[in-house]
Design a protein around this ligand. Structure first.
Ligand SMILES: [Zn+2]
Length: 198
């Protein structure tokens, strides 16, 4: 059963006019990226409300609220699942990987890491952490196709750091990854609160 018929049946609005209105709503929500399954769940949630909306505009607003809530719960569940799962060997579930800044690598493949901004991010595409956390940018696969020797460039720098008795950059990066993941969670929480002011 399509969502249009389901919503009409739930709220006893089976006229042709309502049918056309629901078709428009469905298209609007589809354009916003909502799936038919999400719409069906939203209708059930609206139906379960203690105060069921009466007018069309109230129905539309109620659906929008329930869809936001469905997305918020799905994101929360995905973040929890991300924290529970074993760390990705590439990004430690942080979604991104620290890599040498491409613009500082010369034609011979040498990396000038003494400059500021010598490191950059690549998005891990070996797991779905980046998708869950909403990281965007150049994928690690694309980066690697352009800088195949990036790991050895970083390892060489680690060796130099060790000799100069400073904290290895890989350790700094791991700590930075953990901080970054925490900041992202906080940011997502803030974003959720803005979308769903209580
Ligand atoms: Zn990963």
């Amino acid at each position: 059963m399509s969502w249009v018929l389901q919503h009409a049946d739930f709220f006893n609005n089976r006229s042709m006019e309502w049918n056309s209105t629901y078709m428009v709503w469905k298209k609007f929500f589809a354009d916003e990226g909502f799936t038919e399954t999400e719409l069906e769940s939203a209708t059930v949630a609206v139906f379960r409300r203690s105060k069921v909306p009466v007018f069309g505009a109230e129905h539309l607003n109620a659906l929008k609220e329930e869809l936001r809530e469905i997305r918020r719960k799905a994101r929360e569940a995905a973040l929890k699942e991300l924290q529970r799962r074993p760390p990705c060997p590439v990004c430690s579930n942080g979604g991104t990987v620290r890599v040498p800044n491409r613009s500082l690598i010369d034609a011979a493949g040498n990396w000038d890491d003494a400059k500021s901004q010598s490191l950059d991010w690549a998005v891990c595409d070996r797991c779905d952490s980046a998708k869950i956390l909403g990281c965007g940018g150049l994928s690690l696969t694309d980066y690697e196709s352009r800088v195949p020797n990036w790991r050895s460039l970083l390892a060489r720098q680690d060796e130099i750091d060790k000799k100069t008795d400073s904290m290895p950059s890989s350790q700094v990066e791991r700590e930075y990854e953990a901080i970054k993941a925490r900041l992202r969670s906080v940011f997502l929480e803030l974003q959720n609160n803005q979308l769903n002011p209580s």
